[in-house]
Design a protein around this ligand. Structure first.
Ligand code: NAD
Ligand code: MG
Length: 386
């Protein structure tokens, strides 16, 4: 029986995680859960999974939840402090980190610092402070298991091999919802159109990140720190079908790939139960039915965000944190109809150009860069608003 905390239990990764718990009730026990403000869904989850402690970051929603759950023996906390308390509860062995955005950094780091292993879906904290998170994890003997499908694939392709023998990591990218569009067409794209991902059903922020290819830029930074591989050895390959989830090339030019139908329950369950593989009873990948798989290079002209990810790593320090924060603000503004799709990379670029990076020697330096970049990006959004 593994004891779990799920940060972000009401989201796309959170609900898929709970689906796995539901299928294997003898394998997992949920001790704690957190969410942003969805008190209705988390009430259902509390009644079903019976966690001991829950936190909502939104104080008003936490108050509503206390009212709803008056008849249930559960402790309900609120705010970032509440999230941190749930992330570090003593009984939990594994924390599933599935908050969206930089808001997950402090709770995820709290989980590591209290000695919990982490199943990491929330990639933004790795972008903001990956080196720091990894050194804390090493210091405390904590393992960070990747949930992101590409990183789970690479993790699986590295099993039983020597990191010294790795020549390249190749992250695959679906290209997102807007891959076939011209630059002119991208200019007029609506949020509804950009949210139509061809292969994956995910939260809205990551779906827009997939459409701009910023998701792949974030994933390059994530891979840099998760696997301790320098960025010149990390490449991106567009593979529209999302069947090959990523590949590793070794020095002898042998390449190992991991394949599967796009379903996040596979990488989530591997991170939850590593090294065991749970009998998930999902549809099998039938390659004969699929017939052909396609590959091509990323298009940096139409989708400049991928290169911003590489650039942030080359500059280093707090630059990835500033990039991430600017992206969160720009994506939010696009989803709310405040800016055009094509303004997203412009806002990130201008924020990065104005940022003076410093070392991420403490989490505060990453958080300070995050605050600065959010403010900068907000002002750029206002100046661009159409
Ligand atoms: P989502 O929007 O569906 O869910 C986000 C969760 O975080 C919800 O529970 C929400 O209540 C909570 N949350 C939002 N803002 C918060 C805040 N300020 N404070 C505390 N909690 C907050 O997102 P998702 O698609 O599940 O993605 C979660 C993370 O996993 C992201 O970092 C994403 O990049 C990564 N990821 C997701 C997928 C996927 O298939 N959805 C795949 C790979 C990686
Ligand atoms: Mg991914």
């Amino acid at each position: 029986m593994k004891t779990l905390v799920i940060l972000g239990s009401t989201g796309s990764i959170g609900t898929n995680t709970l689906d796995i718990v539901n299928r294997f009730p003898e394998a997992f026990r949920v001790i704690g859960m957190t969410a942003g403000s969805n008190d209705e869904l988390i009430e259902e989850q509390i009644r079903h999974f019976k966690p001991r402690v829950v936190a909502l970051s939104n104080a008003a929603a936490a108050k509503r939840l206390r009212h709803r759950c008056g008849d249930v023996p559960v402790e309900i906390l609120s705010g970032q402090e509440g999230l941190v308390q749930v992330a570090s509860v003593s009984e939990a062995e594994l924390v599933v980190s599935a908050i969206v955005g930089g808001a997950g950094l402090v709770p995820t780091l709290a989980a590591i610092r209290s000695g919990k292993h982490v199943a990491l879906a929330n990639k933004e904290p790795m972008v903001m402070a990956g080196q720091l998170m990894q050194s804390e994890a090493r210091r405390l003997g904590v393992r960070i298991f990747p949930v992101d499908s590409e990183h789970s694939a690479i993790f699986q392709c590295l099993e039983g091999h020597r990191v010294e023998d790795v020549r390249r990591l190749i992250l695959t990218a679906s290209g997102g919802a807007l891959w076939p569009l011209t630059k002119e067409q991208l200019h007029d794209v609506t949020p509804e159109r950009a949210l139509q991902h061809p292969n994956w059903k995910m939260g809205s922020k990551i779906t827009i990140d997939s459409a701009t290819l910023m998701n792949k830029g974030l994933e390059v930074v994530e891979a840099r720190w998760l696997f301790d591989i320098p960025d010149p050895q990390i490449e991106v390959l567009v593979h529209r079908e999302s069947i090959i989830h990523s590949l590793v090339e070794y020095e002898d030019r042998s390449m190992i790939a991991q394949l599967g139908l796009p379903d996040m329950r596979t990488p989530i369950s591997y991170a939850m139960r590593y090294p065991e593989r749970l009998p998930l009873n999902l549809p099998s990948l039938n390659l004969a039915d699929i017939g052909l798989l396609s590959f091509c290079k990323p298009d940096h002209d139409r989708f400049p965000c991928l290169n911003l990810g590489y650039e942030s790593l080359r500059i280093g320090g707090t630059m990835p944190a500033a990039m991430n924060a600017a992206n969160e603000i720009a994506v939010d503004a696009f989803l709310n109809g405040g800016i055009r799709f094509t303004a997203i990379p412009d806002i990130i670029r201008s924020t990065m150009d104005a940022h003076h990076p410093v070392e991420v020697d403490t989490v505060e330096s990453a958080l300070e860069a995050d605050r600065w970049a959010r403010e900068k990006a907000e002002s750029l959004v206002l100046s661009l608003a159409h």
